[in-house]
Design a protein around this ligand. Structure first.
Ligand SMILES: Nc1ncnc2c1ncn2[C@@H]1O[C@H](COP(=O)(O)OP(=O)(O)O)[C@@H](O)[C@H]1O
Ligand SMILES: [Mg+2]
Length: 393
């Protein structure tokens, strides 16, 4: 069994080591000029009024994952208004490999320089934000995700891609490279004098990346389905039935060598040039995929379920994924649950806390009322958030 830290709660899931934030330091991030928050590796509850800065703290932690964080904000939006425009997030983590210090932010703002997020791991500049995945995986659920099942497919695709990224670190880069190649193809098709050799090359690249993206999605959904099937009877939240809709995903799911799927997708792109030129965009590809979710117990499309059912379904899905990440990657992901307790009755709430505990994850939770977290007892540290500062209660 992997070593766990002496101070870990005894109920942490055996075999899935915990990764916990012990210290968080924010500088000119959102509404915080300078924040220092010291925990002890237990779960963290952030309680405070609306607008106090609770979600901002979760957002800062979501930057421990590659990408734009839980609000998908621009880097300049995260800089404190009235500050210099530079900001930083620093975290001291305890994990199975010991202690690690992770910093991220905007360090300089030269006129010429593109604004880019830097990541430092134990003082060393990381090659890319993907290096973060060697140390910590982060999952979150926020009220902004409430409309996931009723909203556009693009939102579900992005959600799915985040689930995939937590399991296969190269995924984010593949998605961006695919999109870049596709934009190149769209531009080429728009031009009157087609450069056929260039088009072939771009389509070959799209086929390779597109199949890699689809394959990773198919695999993640299959793993999640297996885990949900194995655990759904003892999960307190309704289980999700998942399906992946998409032409390239279907090609890949049919099995066979990836090279065959690439050939098939490349042929489609070639055959679809005239149509795509008329449409002004590429009509076939993994950028059209959708994650179809059903409310399992009711066998009902998620978007037809009640708002409360949708919330519970999504929570169940995020928790199942967190468990999958823990079991697959050998470390329990950090869980950020924004305003999640308020919508649950006391029994469900207590069940949520028990599930989180069993995952082994450190969980950061927010709410306007600290009493909603009473059932956590000694398992959590509670902080009162107000006026750009945070006080341990
Ligand atoms: N870049 C920024 N600079 C300063 N304040 C900001 C910035 N971005 C957001 N805020 C402020 O942060 C507060 C919202 O914080 P938030 O974490 O969403 O609150 P809540 O506690 O309700 O989750 C708002 O008052 C908002 O004006
Ligand atoms: Mg909030």
């Amino acid at each position: 069994m992997p070593a766990t830290l002496a101070s870990d709660p005894p109920s942490a899931r055996p075999g899935v080591p915990r990764v916990a934030v012990r210290r968080l330091v924010l500088t000119d991030f959102r509404n915080y000029t300078a924040l220092s928050l010291d925990g002890d590796g237990r779960h963290v509850v952030l309680a405070g009024e609306n607008g106090a800065g609770k979600t901002n703290v979760l957002e800062s932690l979501s930057l421990l994952s590659p990408g734009r964080g839980l609000r998908r904000a621009r880097l300049d939006e995260m800089a404190r208004l009235g500050g210099s425009g530079l900001w930083s997030v620093f975290v001291r983590l305890d994990g199975p490999d010991g202690e690690v210090g992770i910093g991220t932010g905007i360090e300089a703002r030269g006129e010429e320089e593109m604004l880019a997020r830097r990541v430092r791991i134990d003082g060393e500049t990381a090659r890319s934000a993907e290096d973060l995945l060697d140390h910590v995986r982060v999952s979150w659920l926020t009220p902004a995700m409430d409309g996931l099942f009723t909203g556009p497919a693009s939102e579900r695709r992005r959600f799915l891609d985040r689930l995939v990224l937590a399991l296969s670190p190269g995924h984010g880069a593949h998605v961006s490279a695919f999109e870049k190649a596709m934009r190149g193809r769209n531009r080429l098709l728009e031009e009157d004098r087609l450069d056929l050799a260039w088009l072939e090359a771009i389509e070959a690249q799209m086929a390779e990346l597109g199949v890699a993206v689809s394959l990773a999605r198919v695999e993640t959904v299959a793993c999640l389905e297996r885990l949900i099937a194995a655990t759904r009877t003892d999960a307190p939240f309704p289980h999700a039935d998942l399906a992946l809709e998409g032409e390239i995903e279907a090609l890949v799911a049919a099995g066979g060598p990836a090279a065959d799927a690439e050939d098939a997708y490349r042929a489609r792109l070639r055959d679809g040039r005239r149509r795509d030129k008329a449409a002004g965009r590429t009509l076939d590809g993994p950028h059209r995929a959708d994650l179809i979710v059903h409310h399992g117990p009711k066998a009902m499309p998620a978007h037809l379920s009640s708002t409360g059912e949708q919330k519970a379904l999504l929570l169940g899905l995020v928790l199942a994924h967190a468990r999958l990440v823990g079991e697959t990657c050998g470390r329990a992901p950090l869980l950020l649950l924004d305003e999640v307790a308020a919508h649950l009755d006391p029994r469900r709430r207590a069940e949520l806390f028990d599930v989180v505990e069993a995952l082994g994850s450190q969980c950061w939770m927010t709410g306007t009322d600290a009493s909603a977290f009473a059932a956590l007892g000694e398992r959590a540290v509670v902080f009162e958030v107000s006026g750009g500062s945070v006080r341990r209660t």
